[in-house]
Design a binder for this molecule. Structure first.
Ligand code: ZN
Length: 302
């Protein structure tokens, strides 16, 4: 009987071995990086992509690692992050998991620093020289980001290189197509100026010929004081009532006050920092960016 049990155990171990050897876990820091990484891992057996922040988290400004995040990172073979300052908790990851390879999508992406646009609700302790981290909102940046993530995955899992390269090639084609569509679609509009409620769109504006005239809140969710609101009403009137762009992630009551006081219209731009968790189409990023293009064409054609 003992021998039979031993034999069964041995068989079980042998059956499980190849699965263990194949199973690789890539962890991404937040939604935009998860969207890119799952395109790169699509159809590759044994390569799992998990997202650290919940899909409704949004940007990681001031995000603190939770204890369940540490558990997920413990099982990671590779951690893919945005970089450019989005993940302010990285030092903690380096010291808690010194052996975990971490790759930044932002490597080699030309960064924008500071803000030309007027900021109304900006907090006093804004750090000078901080890069704007919302790099994924230009499709040509997304091409560079995808390549950085793919390179890191290939370095870490060399046996999976052919599949990752194939996925990178088709993702790159799609993103280049999107980039051209956005350039063409936004090039001939009579107006170019927009006011946004979160400092997410400078890369988009710079890539596609728009101008961010003012940012109401540098970080999402800040509440405006009555004095700031009054100043903003004057600014919007002086600018000729350009359209206001709120974001689906951050419902902003001040937008409605501003719109009713100035007559400026409110539209929604989605910075693709949140989205569905299940049955997410591989081209989710592209479809949201195309919808943003339609919204902008509508808002800026009058
Ligand atoms: Zn943000």
């Amino acid at each position: 009987m003992k021998n039979v049990i031993r034999l069964i155990s041995l068989l079980l171990i042998l059956m499980l071995l190849p699965v263990c050897a194949l199973g690789e876990t890539v962890v991404t820091s937040f939604y935009p990086i998860w969207l890119l990484a799952r395109n790169l891992a699509e159809g590759i057996p044994g390569l799992e992509v998990r997202n650290l922040a919940a899909p409704d988290t949004g940007c990681l400004h001031d995000y603190q690692l939770q204890s369940q995040d540490m558990k997920v990172l413990e099982e990671a073979d590779l951690f893919l992050v945005n970089g450019a300052g989005m993940e302010s908790y990285l030092d903690l990851v380096f010291s808690a998991f010194p052996d975990l390879p971490v790759a930044r999508a932002s490597d080699g992406v030309p960064l924008l620093y500071g803000m030309d646009a007027l900021q109304i609700g900006e907090s006093e302790e804004e750090e000078e020289g901080e890069a704007n981290a919302h790099i994924w909102l230009s499709a040509s940046n997304a091409v560079l980001m995808a390549r950085n993530l793919a390179d890191a995955m290939i370095r870490q899992f060399p046996s999976l290189e052919p599949g990752i390269r194939e996925n990178l090639a088709s993702l790159t084609d799609r993103l280049n197509l999107l980039d051209q569509e956005l350039k063409d679609g936004l090039s001939d509009l009579p107006r170019r100026g927009i006011i946004t409620f979160h400092e997410a769109f400078p890369y988009f504006a710079s890539a596609y010929g728009l101008e961010v005239l003012a940012v109401v809140n540098r970080e999402p969710g800040e509440t405006l004081t009555p004095a700031q609101l009054a100043r903003l009403i004057t600014v919007i009137r002086d600018l000729g009532n350009p359209p206001l762009f709120t974001e689906p992630q951050y419902e902003d009551l001040s937008a409605r006050i501003l719109a009713s006081e100035t007559g400026a219209k409110i539209y929604t731009l989605d910075p693709v920092v949140t989205g569905p968790e299940e049955n997410v189409p591989l081209d989710y990023y592209e479809s949201v960016m195309r919808k943003n293009m339609e919204t902008l064409r509508d808002a800026l054609s009058e």
